[in-house]
Write a protein that binds this ligand. Structure first.
Ligand SMILES: [Zn+2]
Ligand SMILES: [Zn+2]
Length: 823
């Protein structure tokens, strides 16, 4: 019994190696595995309970089977008890919650004996409502033994109005999200005064999610929270939990504005993990311009998920998009229906945009084992407790190594082995990765990129802060140096009103030498917090409503509405297919009708870029690499109908949607006509070469900046009016920029060298989705020139990183390694 069977195992689960062998057994399938990585088991390292944890908390935790702490839990808890802000960045299922709950619950219990009755309070922030609800369940379980000292409650958009007052006045562990903090708690801080006055700890769970523009917004929300707390005399300690990331302490400091200690040594045990890289086969079909087409990652993953479920291996397939999650569940169900009519009901899709009660029901079904397979977006990646999984499929690289490990880490229970399979999508990055496993397994995870000083992010938060408590010049300490520059601008724009303080009107000195000399007020009638949407969705989400019944199916971000729910678009929801009959932009409503078209739709758009300001320019020989501000004008002009599995194009329909402009930051590069002539690139080849280089470089950027290819855009122009030269732009797809283009500029040589490498090593002849074709090309992937792109990048890179050198290499040879520095 002891070593050859596992009492908890799903029937038939024989370990990750055996499961993989079974998956690979089908005809032609073994060739689809391009790499197998064995991650050895890790043994547990324990540590004694730190002093200062309340005995009742120790007892409650012990009752639930935790006799001893792992080292990282004890270290983090000890730091928190000493009043130090700390971030725990260890693997999935390493008990990070316990690391922060020990000090928090101890503090709440100690505080409960305080004479004023209210005692200490703590705030828990999750990036999603689902995660907060999940956390409440586990805290409520512990709190059963700690009554009445610990009183947890969720406070989010779903909390009934009649319960909210109770939460504010009586709960001492409030679970919410940054959106509620931004829109409700901070603007109404007076009603929260007793809670905020007693606030001792702020838990920021899954803090690696706060990256890019969203992360920068949350960083400012946390600064506003700290400022309001200071007003009530509270100075809470921040406890952060993160997936493994590079330099978590640095990121956590940027996020909170405080010094944060990091705990990264994982003391929890782990079973063996087998990680396979899987490349779907080429199909008989040819795609755009005759390019070979690989089977989609969704179709391949659906087949693997069906096989796993048939073997009763509990599995989740992570998809990159809501649509892909729906497609995987649907196709897997269809396959299983032929085998056993009972099986399709044991697979479902899970994604954001579902109504909360639908999501809860799916989580419960997965917990209980009623569901064996789930196709999910990253909504499930976030800490929702789905322990008990044996295998994880990743339908496409999730964009970062951090996310890859986070998703893979969902599999494997209680020291048992787990299987993870990355199924490559037909794009340059995924193809590069399944053939360069070292880029996944030998590289550290990324650091989290966020830029709280981004003026587009900071400005609305300064207004919101002024509405909460009028700003003084001393507040620039908390909001950073950019705040001082922005305040006069906000005043000129009529958003803030400034009043100079006479010496008599100043508050009494004694708080140091920075006496305020002016105060800024928010005096407008609208709510300052409504100036910005911290999710960067750019406006009211569009409601998707079923025509006839008026039933609300879900929502789509405003920024995605033109491409996702335009007239005629196919919209998937819970395995049902709908067609959009009207998109009403004024009312933010898309009306849909259930239908069964044999196709999906894909929007096409046109984009132009103008340079507003070149901030940095680096010469690479005659070529130039630049970074600065640009204005991007984009218009969705038509959509294509494509067959569901094959992607075959069935037709195109024009659309009449207004153009949208975006001010953002970009990296761009230029080459000169002289260089092109020397490199033998003819004028007629140039558009295709530049366009292909642009596509591939966008596809590769997620490897260098913590972004998604959908977070960035690009434009290539044979002769750009602002530069007067052939120019390729890559820009951040968010107002004001998100730090991605800046990161691209900083690593341009490595980034563009890998781009050149990815194109040159692709096995196709004239370009395919694995190298230069882009799934989001607004021009239908035309024109594209694969060989031209390689030569163009060689030209560009021949003097990269060495502004003084004379070009020693000519087109067609290797990139930069053999540079003649002495010339
Ligand atoms: Zn190719
Ligand atoms: Zn394109």
């Amino acid at each position: 019994m002891a070593h050859d069977s596992f009492p908890q195992a799903t029937r038939g689960y024989a370990g990750p190696g055996a499961v993989l062998r079974r998956l690979a057994a089908g005809p032609g399938r073994d060739q689809r595995i391009t790499h197998m990585e064995h991650l050895p088991p890790r043994v547990a390292r324990h540590a004694p309970w730190p002093g200062g944890i309340h005995p009742a908390v120790v007892a409650a935790v012990r009752t639930r089977g935790v006799e001893r702490l792992w080292e990282h839990q004890a270290r983090a808890a000890a730091a928190a008890l000493e009043g130090r802000s700390v971030v725990v960045a260890t693997g999935t299922a390493s008990g990070k919650s316990l690391a922060y709950l020990l000090p928090v619950l101890s503090c709440l219990l100690d505080g409960a004996q305080a004479p004023n009755g209210r005692g200490a309070t703590a705030l828990y922030l999750a990036p999603t409502k689902a995660l907060a609800a999940d956390q409440r369940r586990s805290v409520a379980d512990l709190a059963e033994d700690l009554k009445p000292g610990v009183r947890p409650a969720v406070y989010d958009g779903d909390t009934p109005v009649e319960e909210r007052e109770w939460v504010r006045q009586h709960a001492n562990y409030v679970l919410t999200n940054p959106d509620m903090l931004h829109r409700t708690v901070l603007p109404g801080h007076a009603r929260w005064s007793s809670f905020l006055r007693a606030l001792r700890y702020v838990v920021v769970d899954e803090c690696h999610v706060y990256r890019g523009v969203f992360g920068s917004h949350v960083a400012q929300v946390l600064r506003r929270l700290r400022r309001v707390c200071a007003r009530y005399g509270a100075d809470p300690v921040f406890l952060l939990a993160s997936a493994t990331s590079a330099e978590p302490g640095v990121s956590a400091s940027r996020l909170t504005g405080l010094e944060v200690m990091e705990v990264t040594e994982d003391g929890s045990p782990r079973g063996e993990v087998v990680f396979a890289l899987w490349e779907p086969p080429l199909t008989e079909l040819s795609g755009e311009h005759g390019a070979p087409v690989r089977r989609t990652a969704a179709a391949e993953s659906a087949e693997l998920l069906a096989d796993l479920v048939r073997s009763r291996v509990r599995s989740v397939a992570f998809a990159r998009s809501r649509r892909a999650a729906e497609v995987i569940a649907m196709v897997a169900q269809e396959r299983l229906a032929d085998v056993d009519p009972a099986l399709p009901g044991r697979i479902a899709a899970y994604r954001g945009g579902y109504l909360p009660e639908e999501r809860r029901a799916l989580e419960r079904a997965l917990h209980s084992g009623r569901l064996l397979g789930l196709a999910s977006t990253s909504a499930l990646e976030l800490g929702v407790d789905v322990s008990g999984l044996d295998a994880v499929l990743l339908a496409g690289y999730p964009g970062t190594r951090a996310s890859l490990w986070q998703q893979a880490g969902r599999a494997g229970r209680a020291g048992q082995g787990a299987l993870a399979v990355l199924v490559a999508r037909d794009d340059p990055l995924d193809t590069y990765l399944v053939h360069h496993p070292e880029a996944l397994f030998q590289q550290p995870v990324e650091s989290t990129v966020l830029d709280p000083d981004n003026p587009y992010v900071l400005a609305p938060h300064l207004c919101a802060a002024a509405a909460e408590i009028p700003l003084t010049d001393g507040d620039t300490q908390i909001f950073g140096p950019s705040a001082a520059e922005l305040l006069p601008q906000l005043e000129r724009r009529g958003l803030l009103r400034r009043r100079d303080l006479t010496v008599q009107a100043r508050p009494p000195a004694g708080e140091g030498d920075d006496e305020p000399s002016a105060v800024w007020y928010w005096t407008r009638r609208e709510r300052a917090a409504d100036l910005t949407d911290i999710r960067g969705a750019g406006g009211r989400p569009v409601q998707v409503v079923e025509e006839g019944t008026g039933r609300l199916l879900g929502t789509v971000d405003a920024s995605a509405a033109h491409t996702a729910v335009h007239e005629g678009a196919v919209h998937l929801h819970r395995g049902r297919t709908y067609l959009v009959s009207t998109l009403d932009l004024a009312d933010s409503v898309a009306l849909v009708k259930e239908a069964d078209p044999p196709y999906t739709t894909m929007a096409r758009d046109t984009t132009s870029v103008s340079v507003l300001d070149t901030e940095t320019e680096v010469p690479w020989g005659q070529a130039r690499l630049c970074f600065g501000s640009v204005e991007v004008t984009n218009q969705v002009v038509s959509f294509l109908r494509r067959r569901v599995i094959t992607g075959e194009v069935l037709g195109e329909t024009r659309l009449d949607l207004p153009p949208r402009t975006l001010r953002t930051r970009a990296v761009w590069w230029t080459v000169t006509p002289g260089q092109l002539e020397e490199g033998g690139i003819h004028p007629e080849e140039l558009p295709g070469a530049a366009h292909a280089a642009e596509h591939a470089s966008i596809g590769m950027l997620p490897l260098f900046a913590t972004c998604d290819r959908w977070d960035i855009g690009g434009v290539s122009v044979p002769l750009h009016p602002d530069t007067g030269l052939p120019t390729v732009f890559v820009y951040d797809g968010h107002p004001g920029g998100a730090g991605f283009a800046e990161r691209a500029f900083g690593t341009a040589q490595a980034w563009l060298t890998a781009t050149r490498e990815a194109i040159a090593s692709c096995e196709c002849d004239f370009g395919c989705p694995s190298c230069i074709q882009s799934p989001k090309c607004g021009n239908g992937n035309e024109p594209l020139d694969k060989q031209g792109a390689v030569r163009l990048l060689d030209l560009l890179l021949s003097c990269a990183g060495d502004p003084g050198a004379v070009p020693a290499q000519r087109a067609g040879t290797g990139p930069v390694e053999t540079q003649d520095v002495g010339a």
